[in-house]
Ligand binder design. Structure first.
Ligand code: SF4
Length: 227
């Protein structure tokens, strides 16, 4: 090999080593560890509900932050097998920062107790975490902005059953425009979780004759829960 060719190869070799050094430095900045022999696995951090709540912070991601008093994140067991998801906080919830604490919440508590559970054993939350002014319906952009936090909650809790309370919860989870009266009464799939849509407790307070149908839905949830 002549001198010029040797010098060219040497230059290319030095360039490759330089690139490699940069690559290793970049990977280390990302947390990758280089060990001789087998690669060391970095344990994946599983966030907690407290961390997701911290990430949400004093959220201003959508316009509802302008009128809310408190964010209503959700409460209950981080290991709940059954999660109740409503539409949005109402006036009492907005004041207290807790989900389902008004009259509708008291009815939900009675429903939970009727299937042999306590509120602390399930998880209760809403599709959106701030009260819409005058309890108007949540708007599409508000749901789209807030929904990722609900998904994070569900990824941590990993329930086997969700009870979707009312039209908005059911339509948001199931990505449909069908009415709750058509959706209720049977299980659907959502990210591997069984979803039972039923009437919202506030609707049941206004339409007590619908309680019989809601109770049929709740008994199906109980049957699935105790399997
Ligand atoms: S509804 Fe959700 S996205 Fe909108 S401000 Fe409240 S927490 Fe943030």
């Amino acid at each position: 090999m002549d001198k010029a060719k040797k010098s060219l190869l040497r230059g290319q070799f030095i360039e490759i080593i330089g690139d490699l050094k940069h690559y290793i430095a970049y990977q280390k900045s990302l947390g990758t560890e280089f060990l001789p022999g087998a690669a060391k696995k970095i344990p994946h951090h599983q966030p907690t509900l407290t961390e997701v709540r911290r990430e949400l912070g004093e959220c201003t991601r959508c316009k509802l932050h302008l009128t809310r008093r408190h964010i209503v994140f959700g409460e209950g067991s981080e290991k709940a097998r059954l999660v109740f998801i409503g539409e949005a906080p109402g006036e009492d919830e907005d004041r207290q920062g807790r989900p389902f604490v008004g009259k509708a919440g008291q009815l939900l508590t009675r429903i939970i107790n009727a299937i042999g559970l306590r509120r602390e054993e399930v998880y209760i939350t809403n599709i959106i975490k701030c009260r819409p002014p005058h309890n108007r319906n949540p708007q599409r952009d508000e749901i789209a902005t807030c929904e990722p936090f609900l998904n994070k909650q569900l990824e941590i809790i990993k329930p086997t059953i969700i009870c979707a309370l009312g039209t908005f919860a059911a339509q948001t989870l199931l990505k449909t425009d069908e009415k709750i009266s058509q959706l209720r009464g049977r299980f659907y799939g959502y990210r591997g979780i069984k979803v039972m849509p039923t009437y919202h407790p506030a609707f049941l307070l206004r339409n007590p004759y619908k309680k019989k149908e809601a109770w049929e839905d709740i008994k199906k949830i109980q049957g699935e829960y105790t399997k």
